[in-house]
Design a protein around this ligand. Structure first.
Ligand code: TMP
Length: 203
């Protein structure tokens, strides 16, 4: 299998982080190294974003976030993603530019966020974990962690609708986006993820 850049997307609580780990293990077992990563990244801008999202007192308005996420994405691509692909590794990222298109378009409008992100390399495959907002919120609450600004039910519903528009837009631009049913057990969802990756690898 040639090196693939795969982004895993979805609402908070849709199981992305778990599926990224399982997918990376599966890809490694196929014989090629895997670089596992995430956005916001661990770089300077990514760390700043995580602090801003977690702190209700942070004076970083929603209108500023699209630019911060884009800056982090440039840094993440240059520092981690592109070098790993050059080395012949698969890259699996827990969130990438579809997150900006879905979340930041609520504030900025989809065409503007798309323009801001248009120079970033498209993934070879984007997997959208599809789960209803109510179930996502139950899972977020069950985790018992402090919630960030995107984790209220009305917000999750808005982001869910927004992802629908993002799928239509990015597919029309030739991107490979696969919707994965994220209901059921972790193993069931993993099997669907693997099927989508095999399908992409054989294309
Ligand atoms: P995480 O919960 O997956 O670590 O991501 C942190 C939050 O950041 C999550 O609510 C989604 C949000 N986010 C955006 O709004 N835009 C982006 O471009 C990215 C990568 C994440």
């Amino acid at each position: 299998m040639r090196p693939l850049f795969i982004a895993v997307e979805g609402l908070d609580g849709s199981g992305g982080t778990t599926q990224v780990k399982l997918l990376a293990d599966w890809l490694r077992a196929q014989g090629r190294p895997v670089h596992v990563t995430a956005e916001p990244s661990t770089g300077p801008v990514g760390r700043f974003i995580r602090q801003a999202l977690a702190d209700p007192q942070a004076r970083v308005g929603d209108a500023v976030l699209p630019y911060l996420f884009a800056a982090d994405r440039r840094d993440h691509l240059d520092r981690e993603v592109l070098p790993a692909l050059e080395r012949g590794e698969h890259v699996v990222s827990d969130r990438y530019k579809h997150s900006s298109l879905a979340y930041q378009s609520l504030c900025m409008g989809l065409s503007q966020v798309a323009e801001l992100n248009s120079r970033f390399r498209a993934p070879d495959l984007t997997l959208l974990l599809d789960l209803d907002p109510e179930t996502c919120l139950q899972r977020i609450l069950a985790r018992g962690e402090p919630r960030d600004r995107f984790e209220a039910l009305d917000r999750l519903r808005a982001v869910h609708d927004s992802y629908e528009a993002v799928v239509v837009l990015t597919r029309s631009q030739g991107e490979r986006v696969c919707r994965v049913d994220a209901q059921g057990s972790v193993e069931q969802v993993h099997a669907r993820v693997v099927a989508a990756v095999k399908d992409r690898a054989s294309a």
